[in-house]
Write a protein that binds this ligand. Structure first.
Ligand code: UDP
Length: 163
């Protein structure tokens, strides 16, 4: 009933997912897997990160040997940002992604997203937040104009159903 539904919704969590530039060509298949695995897509937008955005997004890795290549790669094409809702969403999305390195993913978890659509340790198709706290931060960055009540670019847009 309605009460139970509302009550259960309280136990759902939201994670942040990003299709990286190398995953874009498989966006349809990735979204199919997201939906088939019971996630609700609450927000979705395509965007292109500036190099500064990419450096900021991966600032925890600043100084590591792969940082330069990683940030260049992230700023070198379109990304698809999503808020995914499910019970245990943070953990379940990371599981669906598989290991960070797509080559390793093909050995250890061949049906995972990174095994299927990524290439190597840097080009691995998708990102998933590693904690609820980071999910909130990352989502806030990508959807920072969501609380305007109407689309930030289309004045008086009434199409948005999620405020
Ligand atoms: N990465 C890389 N080389 C490495 C480790 C990571 O290029 O040796 C990239 C890869 O794209 C990864 C991102 O940096 O997704 C963030 O690394 P992290 O260890 O946080 O892995 P994730 O949480 O994305 O699985």
């Amino acid at each position: 009933d309605e009460f139970t539904k509302k009550h259960l919704q309280g136990f759902q969590e939201t994670t942040f997912a990003l299709i990286k530039p190398d995953g874009l060509k498989n966006m349809g298949r990735i979204i199919d897997m997201i939906l088939a695995n019971g996630f609700l897509i609450k927000e979705l937008r395509m965007c292109k990160l500036s190099l500064e955005d990419a450096q900021n997004f991966y600032k925890a890795h600043a100084g590591k040997p792969f940082y330069e290549a990683l940030t260049q790669f992230m700023a070198n094409g379109l990304c698809v940002a999503m808020d995914l809702v499910a019970e245990n969403a943070v953990k379940r999305w990371r599981t669906l992604l598989g290991p960070t390195n797509s080559e390793e993913a093909r050995d250890r978890d061949p049906s995972s997203i990174r095994a299927l659509f990524g290439t190597n340790n840097t080009h691995n198709a998708c990102h998933g937040s590693d904690s609820l706290e980071n999910a909130k931060k990352e989502s806030a960055f990508f959807f920072r104009d969501r609380n305007f009540g109407s689309c930030a670019r289309l004045e008086n847009c009434t199409l948005c159903i999620i405020k």
